[in-house]
Design a protein around this ligand. Structure first.
Ligand code: SF4
Ligand code: SF4
Length: 112
């Protein structure tokens, strides 16, 4: 007994998310798997300096299999590549963003 418990209304069951799209994107750019969520990409992001865009949050959403915000937010990236240059783990974020955009767009086309 810890004297507290998780409030059920605040629980998020990630196992219910569709990870198929995420797995497809990670197969195209596997370097995201070694991200340590340090935030260096977010701190240097050109789009993040001009808008509320947060590339680290995008990475987390992708890993969780939550795509709604990704679709609307990723268009803010200008593909300048600064995030890729500063990443201490060598994650190719620029390519990841490109592959994510392409995959989500193709996925939408298949649904329509
Ligand atoms: S800089 Fe690299 S390791 Fe750090 S949060 Fe961004 S992608 Fe992950
Ligand atoms: S490539 Fe996109 S996410 Fe990376 S620093 Fe530039 S604007 Fe930000």
């Amino acid at each position: 007994m810890w004297g507290y418990k998780i409030i059920t209304t605040n629980q998020i069951d990630y196992d219910k998310n569709n990870r198929a799209i995420r797995n497809k994107i990670l197969a195209l750019e596997p370097s995201l798997r070694i991200c340590i969520a340090c935030g260096a990409c977010t701190a240097t992001c050109t789009a993040g300096n001009l808008t509320p865009f947060n590339i680290r949050r995008m990475n987390v959403l992708l890993q969780r299999g939550e795509y709604d915000d990704l679709k609307s937010e990723l268009g803010k990236c200008m593909l300048c590549g600064k995030c890729t240059l500063v990443c201490p783990r060598g994650v190719n974020l620029r390519n990841l963003i490109l592959k994510t955009r392409e995959t989500l767009l193709n996925d939408e086309c298949h649904v329509l």
